[in-house]
Design a protein around this ligand. Sequence first.
Ligand SMILES: [Zn+2]
Length: 413
Amino acid sequence: MWRVVCLLFCIAVAAAMDLPKPDEATPTVDWADEPTFTLGLQDETELDLEDEPTPTLNLEDFYGYNGMMEYLRNLSQAYCCTVTRQSLTTTYENRSVELVKISDGQGRSEKKVILLDAGTHGNEWITTTVALKIVHELVVNQDAHARLLESCDWYVLPMVNPDGYEYSLVQKLKLWQKNRSPHGGQYGTNLNRNYDTHWNLTEDAPTHSQYYPGSSAFSELETLAVGGLMRDLVETKREFLYITLHTENKSIFYPSVFDTKTGKADGLLHAIAQLASAAIFEKTRSVYVPSLAYGYDGVGGTSLDYAYEVGIPLLFAFEMPEMRAEAESKTTFITHQAMEGWEGVMHLALGALEMYSPSKSSSNTTNPPSDGSKHANSTCAPATNDAPSVFGSFGLPAATFSALLAYLALAVI
Ligand SMILES: [Zn+2]
């Protein structure tokens, strides 16, 4: 719908403008820096691509690297005003770490950014499919999710570790987490141990271990690129929300992974995680526990802690379940998990937008509203005080359940 409006607006602007004469130099558009939207210079492209069909999101099987690339290529051609792609880096095995930028086309370069990544661990295949589901929903059904795009752009990395992912998927090595860079006769670094935050302080993992943290912090091309993107968002004051998808605890974690250090925003982070948890339960009856990350891992070098340290104010590790082969079909699991993952990420974003205005600086981080005030977009967002009805399903009063969760979080501190 909005692309039609966009096209009509482009035509009106072109008619009203003093267009360059044939012998005048035609201005060029730099898509590399701010590729989300331009007026007047891409009318023909839009007309040509308007007829590109919307690609189908395949939920029958896990996406491989080539399938993901084909889907993203087709999507960006069909929705060229909304979606742009960028290769964040090239891996040791010469694959692209794709960055998908999604904007509602308002052309505001100062908009805050919701950064979401998946496929950091090679064996967590479902996370890439969930990331593609989120991209699909935001782009194809953008009119229904206007609230999620009006204040923020989305930067999505569906497969941070394409080498490790492909190796695990093709070889059916469900325990392979690392990338595939060589280290003294062994292969691979665990990318979620390689960020430059408390690197290699707690684990003594040799090169053959799936937890090998690399030869130094940011020794890997993938983490170097993602870490650089995080810093760039902060330096350009576009930092807002970071969500990293993992398996297989059904939990919504917030920093710190490494230690018990608490921050001024912990109450806010817990409230947003709790809201998303409640929304998922209401939709699917699945229980995702909102919690401080420490106590589950207690390790250094994670992307979550690095994002926290560089100054992204809101951030979560969204841990989804793995498929239990004996219990369900692959298609059933993928379809269900894609829906559940979208529900969780959508409500983490809506909660963040409700409780923390992206227009504010991180110094304005506030505690969650104590009056249970509702989301601005009440049509698709649950009220903060929806939680009682959900947690009441466990047979516990809401206050008791919340107190129990708070106690458990404190217990690991
Ligand atoms: Zn993981």
